[in-house]
Design a protein around this ligand. Structure first.
Ligand code: FAD
Length: 357
């Protein structure tokens, strides 16, 4: 299943596995089960730290779970995670095998402290570029906290399920059987949604901040540039962004950034953030501005009220809130978002296979 080059690369990665674990596969007589078995046999053939069992009893077939004895980890793939999901598979193998993630300590502790029951089901397609972030985020959360479990499901292989749930866009995330979200999400965005105390804790922190000389609302390329220009003048600068990186995060190949032949959106977004962090800029990510209250007198402070109840003040505001998918305002557009109304043809295309569009 894996070619020689991929095997060599994977073998090198698997050397980072420190804690032995099992892959428990649930298979049937179908071709896809044979294909998955081939992949899993290739993997266990590359390391003595991972063993394969094929007596799984998951109703979804083919599927497999990563099971570390003594640890309660709920991490399952239903389907064959190749294509864009191969990286998710490799990361899952490493993290279940005890290799630490690069996530910051504060976020790791926040994940570990989450209480409750969180059974996620994440539908992906192998050609979806936005899916791996979600799959990887939820898998990592499942590795860190036994209250969180994630099954990543290849929608193309589980068509009956996709039809029953009327899923027509990936990634589509379900939590405890209910729609949770769709579209690319990072760990911190997911956390903000499930950690109910986080919003008020954040608001409290933000309320305690001193007024900024310049506050930029928006963290896309425009907001990042504005922040750098301001901070270079030595004035107190902040960026409040719903999603730092902006639309760039949803872009895969970028080939028109002159002087850089080719780059990828998430890579460029990371570079933007690193560049901004070179300066003394207070980046407040995952903060959605809900209201602007202009200064009541000349030279006074403007106020940005945030959705979480917090508020920020500044002498000068720069609004760089960019753009969103254009909506047509036709009946049903919102209700059917992700259920027939799609914005990313190459992500969601496989789910429309054989259908009239
Ligand atoms: C799929 C896709 C592919 C693309 N490919 C290319 C390409 O190859 N080449 C190219 O040149 N361009 C491309 N673009 C366009 C490019 O990404 C945008 O032109 C660029 O990102 C605009 O930058 P911006 O900073 O003005 O806004 P955006 O990138 O839209 O950023 C807006 C920022 O404001 C934040 N924001 C919005 N509302 C609020 C609020 N109420 N409170 C707080 N924050 C808020 C957002 O979270 C975000 O951080 C592509 C866009 C998409 C979607």
């Amino acid at each position: 299943m894996l070619d020689a080059t991929l095997k060599t690369q994977l073998k090198a990665y698997l050397e980072k596995v420190t804690q032995p674990f099992e892959i428990v596969a649930s298979l049937d007589d179908g071709e896809k089960s044979k294909e998955l078995l081939g992949l899993l046999q290739d993997i266990v053939g590359l390391t003595d730290k991972i063993t394969l069992k094929t007596d799984g009893n998951d109703a979804r077939r083919p599927s497999f779970s990563l099971v570390r004895p003594g640890a309660d980890i709920g991490l399952t793939f239903a389907g064959i995670p190749m294509g864009h999901e191969f990286t998710s598979l490799v990361l899952a193998l490493l993290q279940v095998g005890g290799h630490p993630s690069k996530l910051d300590v504060e976020t790791i502790e926040q994940i570990k402290a989450i209480e409750g029951t969180f059974e996620f089901e994440t539908y992906f397609s192998l050609s979806c570029q936005n899916c791996p972030d979600v799959v990887q985020a939820l898998n990592l959360m499942a590795v860190l906290n036994p209250n969180i479990r994630n099954v990543s499901i290849d929608g193309a292989l589980f068509q009956e399920e996709v039809e029953r749930r009327q899923i027509m866009a990936v990634p589509s995330i379900y939590l405890n059987g209910e729609v949770f979200a769709s579209g690319r999400m990072e760990v911190k965005e997911i956390l903000a949604k499930i950690d109910t105390g986080a919003a008020s804790r954040d608001a409290e922190k933000l309320n305690g901040k001193e007024a900024f000389d310049v506050l930029v609302v928006g963290g896309g390329p425009a907001g990042a540039a504005a922040a750098i220009y301001a901070a270079r003048k030595g004035i107190r600068t902040g960026v409040a962004a719903e999603r730092f990186g902006g639309q760039v995060l949803d872009t895969m190949a970028i080939e028109n950034f002159i002087s850089v032949n080719e780059t990828e959106g998430p890579k460029l977004a990371r570079a933007l953030e690193n560049h901004v962090r070179e300066y003394d800029v207070d980046i407040m990510n995952l903060q959605r501005a809900a209201q602007l209250i202009p200064a009541s007198s000349e030279g006074g402070l403007h106020e940005i009220k945030l959705e979480n109840g917090g508020s920020l003040k500044a002498k000068t505001l720069i609004l760089a809130t960019g753009a969103r998918w254009r909506e047509m305002n036709v009946p049903g557009e919102q209700e059917y978002r992700g259920r027939g109304v799609a914005y990313c043809p190459h992500c969601d295309g496989p789910l429309f296979k054989g259908k009239r569009v």
